[in-house]
Design a protein around this ligand. Structure first.
Ligand SMILES: Nc1ncnc2c1ncn2[C@@H]1O[C@H](COP(=O)(O)OP(=O)(O)OP(=O)(O)O)[C@@H](O)[C@H]1O
Length: 224
């Protein structure tokens, strides 16, 4: 079974005169690591929002882990995402009134499945943050005092906790220095390898593309 199976997908933002996305087909298998590149404004984030079930296609089929996203109601899609996907978006959506550790553990509160897979949540959260090099003295503090690069690490740890089958990442390393970026990639691939996860990754950074076995040019698959 493909983790991502997309056929004749079309999507148009409200008020736009042309489709943003028109993709005949895209298949991603389990354990595959796909890097998607494309010019600014070409629709990469829009595609990731569709894959995450945040947006729905206007037409065509999109199934994730065998589930047709357009057949799920909004709340069911939210639950499906919490159970099976780790999502890192450009705006990290961290909750300001929670501590770093609480933010990382958040998916386990929305998903019993993620909680079971995480084991001891606090230990797992700390292990992920250790790997990402986030200082221990910051972990009980609110996320509001963190730098952008530190917030990014919290968002990354939150996406990885509970080993989701599909990891969707939109420019997750843009605010990281080179060492932290490489540490993040090592951790990402290591976690994915251990858990058999599939990764879809969008970035402008050509150095990152070189770590990926499969690269898709959005301009080649998207023909609106
Ligand atoms: N919320 C929105 N409402 C209306 N149009 C949008 C919205 N988000 C994106 N678009 C439009 O969809 C197109 C694709 O945008 P998208 O953000 O998916 O591109 P991108 O490839 O991720 O760009 P970047 O690399 O700059 O992040 C653009 O023309 C953009 O204006």
């Amino acid at each position: 079974m493909n983790v991502i199976e997309l056929n004749s997908l079309r999507y148009r933002w409200p008020g736009h005169r042309r489709d943003t996305l028109a993709i005949d087909g895209l298949q991603v298998r389990q354990r595959e690591h796909l890097f998607i590149r494309g010019a600014s404004g070409s629709g990469k984030t829009t595609l990731l929002n569709l894959l995450a079930g945040i947006l729905l296609p206007a037409s065509g089929n999109l199934s994730i882990l065998g589930k047709e996203m357009q057949h799920l109601a909004g709340s069911a899609r939210d639950r499906f995402r919490a159970d099976h996907m780790g999502v890192i978006f450009q705006q990290f959506n961290l909750l300001p009134y929670l501590s770093v550790l609480e933010n990382v553990q958040l998916p386990c509160h929305f998903s019993t499945r993620r909680k079971q897979r995480a084991g001891d949540m606090q230990t797992t959260a700390n292990r992920l943050l250790d790997h990402l090099g986030l200082r221990e003295d910051l972990r009980h503090r609110s996320v509001t005092g963190l730098s952008v690069g530190q917030q990014q690490r919290v968002a990354v740890a939150r996406a990885l906790i509970g080993s989701p089958e599909l990891i969707i990442a939109d420019e997750p390393t843009s605010a990281l220095d080179t060492d932290t970026r490489d540490g993040f990639l090592d951790l990402l691939f290591q976690e994915a390898e251990t858990q058999g996860s599939t990764i879809v990754f969008v970035s402008h950074d050509p150095h990152i593309a070189s770590h990926f076995p499969r690269i898709a040019d959005l301009a080649e698959v998207n023909r609106p």
